[in-house]
Design a protein around this ligand. Structure first.
Ligand code: 6GP
Length: 835
């Protein structure tokens, strides 16, 4: 064994080399520059400096990372495994510095080396390993788990290419490859010793063994290797660092060489390509995803790797597999890892020799399922032939699970074969499919939605049959976001002001923000609040000018809608309002309207034509308005390309108004709505997703509400919805729609936006026209209120002060209490166990 050369020390307390003195930090940066990056100071670049700094910070994480792991093992704790095909982590540097509590010393060390910390932070390219809401939520939850000291590990895929970069050319979205690993990733550690094997395809054989037991052998066609890459997840001042373990697929050498040596060169190369493709690229959540075999390969790959890893960890800490479920709580982040239900059964029955009933008892007490969408088209299902050829053994297992499950349904609901057909994991209508959400429901102890309304709609609509069978399985956990990244890191100006009044405890306990309430009535504080807001807006305005060449006025209202582009999110409703204002202004140039800058950001799935056309509409309208001197003093429209986490950190703090205008009943929760409100933006929104709970928390008088409710949307459609009639009867709307159709905003091309206009006039599935007038009226109230800056700031302060419950710390406490049955947080150093 390697002899320890340093004296025994409490390994959270750093040794001399990694201590947090300015001198040690400076030395660390210089050493890492030389020894890790192989660069001399004289020729080093900004990227080198960022890397050297990142390694220096990582050096300060390692001791607590290893200690956390040892502590968990020693204390024999129940562990949460968060399985997610997406982790949209955002850049690590600033957040790690904050969570370690070394901001001041690092800033000073960098300064003494003539480095500007903020500039270095800006060098980091973010790992865009997620599409949007679901992936970013996973990242917020990892932050909170580590902060609260919950033993937890995130498992996912280390995509070589993350979410595409978006460029705008001639007003259209263009997708560019995301080479996020180009300069290397200073945060991760490759752990080849912990690699596992995963099979695909092939066939199964069954026989009865000498005890008469039924046995199955699966012989896959391909076997690939999963290699883990670990990244530490530092808790906010908790002394804890948990792990995010992402799997990379690589060729299995023996498989490869066997073929190679037997002269099957093509087969060998094919196997290598097959293996390496699996973790190559993140799928944008597209309509087209369903038929994609590679996507199912990805899902099975990372789920199998993770379950094998959990079992190994469980066994090496001396536990019997019989109590796997007592030690391991696995959370399925949507249906992407739901194949895990069949895989755990396979591992227990085929590999570890358990009987079916015992294996099912363990499996169904291990998994829990979070649903993230109400859109029927987003519920995953895989065609049976494809499933059969890729995962033949799993299909057999799913048949068995299904047959036992359907017997239960028949017992509970006799003579109701229609119900049995509806609930079957195998969809037998027409072409046959495996319904992954149903597999997740059957195999999970708990099923949760992500906001109150969403959970109610799951119960009454999307998963109604399952709710009738197992009402006790359903619970709600409203989403939350981490105040570390979304306030402390993103908005240092507002954070400093808040801390100067109420101390810094709010960063780890967001309910403390309620202490700000009393300052809402304090005019001196309000003017400080306004000053901060102005400074943050100036920062964003500079960024916009640099990126797009558009100059925006920081004293105008910043009205922001940043999120994926989707018809249900209704960016085009926002455009209808902008054009309404445009026409008003054109008709009466003396009209007094409060100047507004409309900011849009978001990516469209590459195969989603309508979403791409909406981007083109926004950029076209922007072109006309921004260049028209009659209106551009009052109105500006900006489409910010390549919206991502880094960019979000600039936008949320600077917004005055947050657009949360989805058709009621469509947005599961939303989390951008929370980030904006925490940063003091007022919301204009529908009664959808978490908007409802946000409005209740901040006070109805501090929220701009409009639109149909979810129930009204359903009733309206049921009664026969005729958007054309609304168009006929509403002159302002007609003018706007006719303007778009005429080519006025598309350089005279009347056909460009035809699909959009026709869709609205003929069917308008997301009810833009039904909500148009109330939206415009509500926007007029917004304008009026904004003119009274004192009233506005008061509302803004109340918003920020009342957002405590939307911290992801609260969400994680809910999961611990209601789903994972974790009540003790003995590892975390600082924070109260529960409230
Ligand atoms: C999103 C939901 O659309 C959003 O409303 C929610 O806030 C977020 O998940 C986190 O819960 N859903 C997805 O990103 C997704 O891919 C399958 O759903």
């Amino acid at each position: 064994m390697l002899k320890q050369i340093s004296k025994e020390h409490d390994s959270i307390v750093d040794d001399e080399r990694t201590s947090n003195t300015v001198a040690a930090l400076k030395q660390g940066i210089l050493d890492n520059l030389f020894y890790v990056l192989g660069k001399r100071v004289e020729v080093s670049t900004d990227m080198d400096h960022f890397m050297a700094l990142a390694y220096t910070v990582r050096d300060r994480i390692l001791a607590r990372w290893l200690t956390t792991r040892e502590d968990y093992a020693k204390n024999n704790v129940r562990t949460v495994y968060y399985l997610s095909a997406e982790f949209l982590m955002g850049p690590y540097l600033a957040s790690n510095i904050l969570n370690l509590g070394i901001d001041d010393v690092i800033r000073q060390a960098a300064g003494e080396l003539d480095l500007d910390l903020n500039h270095l932070i800006g060098q980091e390219s973010e790992p865009g390993l997620g599409n949007g809401g679901l992936g970013r939520l996973a990242a917020c939850y990892l932050d909170s788990l580590a902060t609260l000291g919950v033993p937890a590990m995130g498992y996912g895929i280390r995509y070589e290419f993350g979410m595409f970069h978006q460029a705008i050319r001639d007003g259209w979205q263009v997708e560019l490859t995301d080479y996020w690993l180009r300069y290397g990733n200073p945060w991760e550690i490759r752990r080849p010793q912990a690699c596992v094997e995963v099979g695909f395809g092939g066939h199964t054989q069954s026989w009865a063994d000498s005890f008469g037991e039924y046995k199955v052998l699966w012989t896959p066609d391909e076997v690939v290797k999963g290699v883990p890459f670990d990244t530490p997840i530092v808790g906010y001042r908790s002394g804890v660092a948990n792990t995010l373990r992402l799997w990379r697929s690589e060729a299995n050498e023996s498989f490869y060489f066997d073929r190679f040596n037997s002269g099957d060169y093509e087969g060998a190369v094919g196997a290598k390509i097959f293996a390496e493709n699996i973790s190559k690229v993140l799928y944008p959540n597209d309509e087209e995803i369903r038929g994609k075999e590679l996507r199912l390969q990805q899902q099975y790959f990372f789920t199998s790797c993770s379950l094998q890893d959990m079992i190994r960890r469980h066994e090496t800490t001396g536990h019997s597999l019989e109590n796997f479920h007592e030690q391991c709580a696995v959370q399925l982040n949507d249906t992407h890892p739901s194949i895990g239900v069949a895989e755990l059964m396979r591992l227990l029955v085929d590999i570890h020799g358990f009987g079916w009933d015992k294996a099912w008892d363990i499996t169904s007490h291990t998994f829990n399922y979070t649903n993230h969408t109400l859109l029927p088209e987003a519920l995953e299902r895989w065609s049976l032939p494809m499933f059969q050829s890729l995962l033949p053994r799993h299909l057999e297992i799913i048949y068995e699970i299904n047959s036992r499950f359907l017997s239960l349904v028949r017992t509970k609901f006799p003579n109701d074969e229609a119900r049995v057909a509806r609930m079957s994991i195998i969809d037998e209508h027409g072409e046959r499919y495996v319904r992954m959400a149903y597999l997740a429901c059957v195999g999970s102890g708990h099923i949760n939605g992500v906001a109150k309304l969403h959970t109610e709609l799951l119960k009454s609509d999307v998963l109604r049959d399952f709710y009738e069978l197992w009402p006790e399985k359903f619970i709600n956990v409203t989403n939350g976001v981490t105040p570390r990244r979304w306030l402390a890191v993103a908005n240092p100006e507002q954070s400093e002001l808040m801390t100067s009044k109420i101390g810094h405890d709010w960063i780890g306990d967001l309910d403390q923000l309620s202490k700000l309430e009393r300052y809402a009535e304090d005019s001196a504080f309000r003017s400080e609040w306004q000053g901060v807001q102005r400074a943050v807006k100036v920062r964003l305005a500079q960024y916009i000018a640099a990126k797009t060449g558009i100059s925006v006025d920081p004293s105008s209202m910043f009205d922001a809608q940043v999120k994926r582009i989707h018809e249900y999110k209704r960016q085009h409703l926002n455009v209808l309002y902008i054009l309404t204002q445009y026409y008003r202004q054109k008709k009466d140039p003396t009209l007094e309207i409060s100047p507004r800058t409309f900011l849009f950001g978001g990516k469209a799935a590459p195969g989603y034509f309508m979403a791409k056309l909406i981007i083109k509409l926004i950029t076209s309208v922007a072109e006309v308005i921004n260049s028209d001197p009659e209106v551009n003093q009052h109105l500006k429209v900006v489409f910010l390309p390549d919206y991502n986490v880094t960019f979000g950190q600039l936008v949320y703090p600077a917004a005055d108004l947050s657009e949360q205008i989805s058709t009621a009943g469509k947005e599961a929760s939303g989390t951008g709505n929370m980030k904006f409100a925490m940063n003091g933006a007022l919301t204009i929104g529908t009664l959808d997703g978490a908007n409802i709970e946000i409005r209740d928390a901040v006070g109805h008088e501090n929220f701009f509400l409009f639109g149909l409710t979810a129930a009204e949307v359903v009733a309206r459609k049921a009664a026969g919805y005729h958007p054309h009639q609304i168009y006929e009867s509403n002159g302002a709307l007609r003018e706007v729609i006719d303007g778009i159709a005429s080519g006025r905003f598309s350089r005279g091309d009347g056909s460009l936006f035809r699909p959009l206009v026709d869709g609205l006039l003929n069917s308008d599935p997301y009810l833009l026209f039904a909500d148009y007038q109330t939206y415009v009226d509500c926007q007029d109230r917004v304008c009026k209120t904004y003119r009274d800056q004192e009233a506005w700031s008061k509302m803004s302060i109340y918003n920020a002060a009342r957002m405590g419950q939307f911290s992801s710390d609260r969400s994680i406490r809910d999961y611990c209490k209601d789903i994972w049955n974790i009540t003790r947080f003995e590892i975390g150093a600082g924070l109260p166990a529960s409230k």
